[in-house]
Design a protein. Structure first.
Length: 240
């Protein structure tokens, strides 16, 4: 699935529209070159530290998909895109001057990658998911008319994660609980979710317009109207 820019309402701060890609990890791995020459030194060091094949596959797929997205925006050969690995933060372009911020997220079988000018946060969560009670407690809102189902809470989780990632923060329990999120009109939205039957994708970006999605499996489905806006605020603080 590739997400391409279209002229639809977005956040108030104007910037170039983001470019996003979502795919199954196993599909991306079929495109990843053998060997590690395409990785930077910092990526190779990080990759070598992973003890499980699952984490190595996630890393290779994510960093290759991110290169594909960047190459779409800047042009050039995918393998020539040079990224710096940054522990605790998204990868960054090794070359300066592009103004692009990068975002990356994994969830079980899925990987999402994005780039945009200005702040960007991205989170993907595979559906369905059973939420443990201690997680549900972090996601409830005081004015919930009834107990939200697991799927709605999973969408809230994705929004909070994307918001925190956009600010390069850590998704500690107290950080998640400090944010209040709820669906809202696009005009005042500060975050957005796109929901496929297999996942929730949350996006926080200071740009307009928002992307649309083209899903390889569904013949270029137009999803401009499928982004759901969310209000985000700190509990006890002003709206974000």
């Amino acid at each position: 699935m590739l997400m391409h820019p279209e002229s639809v309402p977005g956040p108030g701060t104007r910037a170039a529209p983001p470019r996003l890609a979502v795919a199954r990890i196993e599909q991306v791995l079929t495109r990843v070159p053998s060997g590690y020459d395409w990785m930077s030194e910092s990526e190779r060091q990080r990759f070598a530290a992973f003890g499980s094949s699952r984490r190595r596959d996630e890393y290779r797929a994510g960093h290759w998909l991110l290169r594909e997205v960047v190459a779409e925006v800047l042009g050039g050969v995918v393998a020539d895109v040079l990224l710096d690995d940054r522990p605790g933060a998204p990868p960054a372009l090794a070359s300066t001057g592009s103004g692009l911020s990068l975002a990356l997220s994994h969830s079980q079988a899925w990987v999402a990658a994005g780039c945009g000018r200005g702040r960007i946060g991205l989170d993907i969560e595979q559906r369905p998911r059973t939420m443990a009670e201690h997680i549900r407690a972090l996601l409830r809102e005081a004015d919930d008319a009834e107990e939200p189902d697991d799927d709605h809470l999973l969408a809230r989780w994705a929004v909070k994660e994307a918001w925190i990632k956009a600010d390069l923060g850590s998704a500690l329990p107290e950080t998640l609980q400090a944010l209040s999120v709820r669906p809202t009109a696009d005009a005042v939205a500060r975050a957005w979710t796109y929901s496929d039957e297999a996942f929730h994708l949350a996006l926080v970006v200071d740009s307009e317009p928002l992307p649309t999605a083209r899903c390889d499996a569904s013949a270029a489905a137009d999803t401009r109207s499928s982004w759901l806006g969310w209000q985000v605020r700190s509990r006890g603080g002003p709206d974000g």
